[in-house]
Design a protein around this ligand. Structure first.
Ligand code: HEC
Ligand code: HEC
Ligand code: HEC
Ligand code: HEC
Ligand code: HEC
Ligand code: HEC
Ligand code: HEC
Ligand code: HEC
Ligand code: HEC
Length: 560
């Protein structure tokens, strides 16, 4: 085929950003073209549409009259699902014609994708039509239910009925990858290789409350409101500034970078532009389920071992692969929400905002007796905790998910990751936890933080060495200051702090850092740990207070 020429040229072609599914449609990956946008350009129009892989052709018509013909625009071999149109009528109509959907069913994929098929057929997806529950609700004969419980219902060659199209029952490969019979028939044809789509929109076509009359949990809608639904803008610019950052920051901040690394690829090379995919469903769930964790999770929801992803672990893909493979049994959330190996001897930056797992287990921070190695509080959900089992019931066995993914109104885990109710807390606490938090813990932490900062400022104020006491230098800060700017809540306590506020001071240079006493280094480390954890102590109340207490003692020693 002449198309192999593309393969040869592709290395020298400029990288294009990959198109991602932007719409949700019952059934997952659309089987037919759907127009998604028309926007005006200075010299024409930009059309975009969605649909499976294959050739597309755009047609234009000058008005709605029946006898006016549709005129083909551009080549009939458009593979990009977007077209720029310059020849315009005043009121034009557009039509997209695409590959006729041809569904095959997963049995047709078996010969070549045996490893994927044999695991995928063990998932709940592979039982979505035949399950007793679905049958009992009459779903098997209800047209309103079939798009999400079968392959290609309502489309040519798609599911019709259990007797006519038994191979298209249940959720299968083609719900996520699009119709693939043409690919199965000619696997070497690059124009029909099925789409591999990481966007949550594929899953959101079915895992959504808005598309179904059945009581579906609004999983997609909840996820859309979570911090996981967008890549942090600051990290986007850092990744844009150097491709290596696509690996070193993207491993936690970009879904596409992370999944490439899980496949052993270097995203700094393979994704020059396509790192703007957030933490989508497929980042936490393995759609093919290649392990045995519940609900297709890539890692378990809880663990007790120390874990941190250090900069050495992301220095190369091989290093990451080794680290990941040795730690697949570490809590899913902890794969990213860990301290990155921060220690009190660091001088350039404060510990990252991701320290939650280590904080929960009490495996980070400087205590009076030495470095904390394993000081879990009652919130870590561990058997060693006094509150682990109350009258034989275990409450926090899912660790992070137990508090951050409580069941929503439809009885499924809430994917917004917000603490939505007191219910989980009230399993153990009699006092409403908000009261505990707002009237006890937050004020205690807040007061300790204020006392500590004033002690550190007192020490800084008497420094005379120019490396520590030049204009605007805060002597106790990191080289790149952590950005302490305080926000007080309605009760007048420090409730949170934000990097978003402009930093108006600098920290000592590398040479200056060498002059800072260990007590100050330990104190600032503890201070930032407690704040950057983001829970104002809730993740591990006793650790938080002990860290601040130790820091104050060191500062008092120094000031005496
Ligand atoms: C006769 C062998 C064969 C059959 C049958 C087959 N495939 Fe493939 N498939 C391939 C090959 C070879 C590739 C790699 C093509 C490439 O990268 O250009 C591929 C690629 C893919 C990809 C894209 C992988 C990527 O990394 O981009 C998907 C998705 C896929 N196949 C799904 C399916 C589905 C679904 C079926 C069943 C309907 C199927 N295949 C049937 C051989 C086959
Ligand atoms: C928009 C897509 C969509 C439509 C339409 C839809 N469902 Fe579902 N259904 C789902 C998804 C997604 C789940 C899994 C939800 C989860 O586990 O969080 C599900 C789960 C179920 C379950 C529980 C699965 C089991 O085996 O226990 C039943 C029963 C069910 N659906 C019945 C129906 C019925 C009956 C209809 C029609 C009235 C219907 N569904 C329409 C997407 C859909
Ligand atoms: C629930 C959605 C879903 C289903 C069902 C599904 N896939 Fe995938 N598939 C994905 C996603 C998302 C990726 C990319 C993420 C990844 O690599 O893990 C992917 C990746 C792939 C790849 C690329 C290489 C690889 O192994 O990661 C192939 C090939 C593939 N799928 C084939 C199949 C086949 C064949 C089936 C049916 C037996 C299937 N998929 C079922 C969502 C799905
Ligand atoms: C065509 C509709 C459809 C698409 C697309 C789809 N799902 Fe599902 N999913 C379902 C249905 C229906 C069920 C319930 C099956 C059952 O329990 O009978 C389900 C169940 C699940 C479960 C529960 C597994 C378990 O063991 O209980 C998970 C997790 C899941 N889906 C994740 C995903 C992810 C991630 C994607 C996208 C990569 C996705 N789904 C795409 C329809 C879909
Ligand atoms: C080990 C995983 C991991 C790595 C590696 C990582 N981060 Fe983060 N980062 C996180 C997590 C998790 C959060 C969110 C914590 C929170 O919201 O409390 C975060 C938060 C942030 C924030 C604050 C976002 C906000 O909404 O205020 C910025 C900025 C940031 N990271 C930048 C970076 C940069 C730049 C890099 C690369 C040099 C990087 N991160 C590497 C896990 C990581
Ligand atoms: C940050 C990680 C993460 C992301 C992103 C994520 N999930 Fe989940 N999901 C989980 C965890 C953890 C659980 C199990 C929670 C529990 O059992 O307490 C879960 C559970 C589920 C379940 C099982 C529901 C049930 O009733 O048991 C489904 C279905 C599901 N997720 C679908 C999705 C879909 C669809 C998306 C994308 C819109 C998504 N998830 C994104 C972590 C994630
Ligand atoms: C692939 C990496 C990754 C995984 C896995 C992950 N997160 Fe996150 N999480 C992040 C990043 C990056 C952010 C920061 C997003 C932002 O600030 O906009 C974040 C943000 C959050 C936030 C919101 C913080 C805020 O400022 O609003 C919470 C809460 C959270 N994650 C909890 C969880 C829980 C619970 C799990 C496990 C079920 C989990 N995360 C799994 C990377 C991850
Ligand atoms: C005992 C319940 C509980 C457990 C367990 C728990 N958290 Fe939290 N978390 C909280 C509370 C309460 C807050 C304070 C913010 C709030 O109310 O949403 C919080 C705050 C956070 C924040 C900062 C949110 C923000 O808006 O800045 C992140 C990120 C986070 N937790 C992640 C995690 C991760 C990851 C785990 C597991 C390692 C975990 N949490 C375990 C209760 C819990
Ligand atoms: C498994 C039982 C359990 C659950 C669930 C639980 N806690 Fe706790 N919590 C405890 C115990 C026991 C203590 C006291 C010992 C300690 O410091 O760890 C405590 C301490 C606290 C403290 C510090 C006040 C004090 O008395 O030391 C706060 C604040 C707190 N919890 C808030 C929460 C919040 C908010 C939630 C829900 C998001 C929650 N807890 C869920 C058992 C639990």
């Amino acid at each position: 085929m002449a198309l192999t020429v593309f393969g040869v040229c592709s290395l020298s072609l400029p990288a294009q950003s990959t198109q991602h599914l932007t719409i949700t449609q019952p059934g997952g990956m659309p089987g037919l073209p759907v127009m998604t946008g028309i926007s005006r350009l200075t010299n024409g129009m930009q059309l975009t549409w969605e649909g499976p892989s294959g050739y597309y052709q755009v047609f234009q018509k000058s008005n709605t009259l029946l006898n006016v013909p549709w005129v083909a625009l551009g080549k009939a071999t458009n593979l990009n699902r977007t077209a720029t149109i310059t020849r315009l009528y005043t009121s034009a109509f557009f039509r997209i014609s695409g590959p006729a959907p041809k569904y095959a069913g997963s049995k047709a994929c078996l010969t070549c994708h045996l490893n994927v098929c044999s695991v995928e057929t063990n998932t709940a997806h592979a039982r979505a039509f035949v399950s007793t529950n679905f049958a009992n609700y009459g779903g098997q004969y209800n047209a309103a239910c079939l798009p999400c419980h079968t392959v290609g219902y309502g489309l040519p060659t798609g599911f019709v009925s259990a007797s006519a199209t038994p191979l298209l029952e249940n959720v299968q490969c083609e719900n996520c990858h699009g119709p693939a019979a043409n690919h199965a028939a000619s696997p070497d044809d690059p124009t029909v290789v099925p789409r591999v789509e990481l966007a949550s929109q594929v899953c959101g076509g079915c895992h959504s409350a808005s598309h179904s009359t059945y009581t579906n949990p609004p999983t997609y809608e909840e996820w859309m409101t979570s911090g996981h639904a967008a890549v942090v803008p600051d990290t986007l610019s850092v990744m844009a500034s150097s491709t290596n950052n696509i690996r070193t920051c993207g491993v936690c901040h970009s879904g596409s970078a992370r999944l490439a690394m899980l496949d052993g690829l270097n995203p700094a090379v393979t994704l020059t532009k396509d790192y703007n995919v957030p933490i989508t469903c497929a980042v936490c769930h393995d759609p093919h389920q290649t392990n045995s964790y519940p609900v297709q999770l890539r890692n378990p929801p809880a663990s007790t071992n120390y874990f941190a992803l250090t900069s050495a672990d992301t220095a190369s893909v091989a290093a990451f692969t080794n680290k990941y493979n040795a730690n697949t049994d570490i809590n899913l959330c902890a794969q990213c929400h860990n301290d990155r190996g921060a220690t009190w001897t660091d001088t350039s930056r404060a510990p990252h905002l991701s320290v939650q797992y280590n904080f929960l287990l009490g495996s980070v921070g400087e205590l009076l007796g030495g470095t904390a190695t394993f000081n879990p509080g009652n919130h870590a959900g561990l058997p060693s905790s006094a509150a682990y089992s109350i009258s034989g019931t275990f409450y926090l066995t899912n660790q992070c998910a137990a508090c951050h993914m409580q069941t929503d109104s439809r009885g499924a885990p809430d994917h917004s990751t917000m603490i939505t109710s007191d219910a989980v807390c009230l399993n153990c606490h009699i006092t409403p936890p908000e009261i505990l938090q707002d009237y006890y813990l937050t004020p205690a932490i807040s007061n300790n933080v204020i006392t500590l900062i004033s002690a550190m400022n007192q020490w800084a104020a008497v420094q005379t060495n120019s490396l520590l006491a030049t204009n605007g230098v805060v002597a106790w800060e990191y080289t790149t200051p952590g950005g302490l700017t305080w926000q007080t809540n309605s009760l007048g306590y420090v409730s949170s702090w934000s990097l978003a506020n402009p930093v108006t001071f600098t920290g000592p240079t590398k040479a200056g850092q060498a002059l800072i006493p260990d007590q100050v280094k330990r104190a600032r480390f503890n201070l930032y740990l407690v704040l950057n954890d983001g829970s104002m102590g809730v993740h591990n109340p006793s650790l938080a207070l002990n860290l601040l207490n130790a820091a104050q003692i060191w500062m008092v020693q120094l000031l005496q």
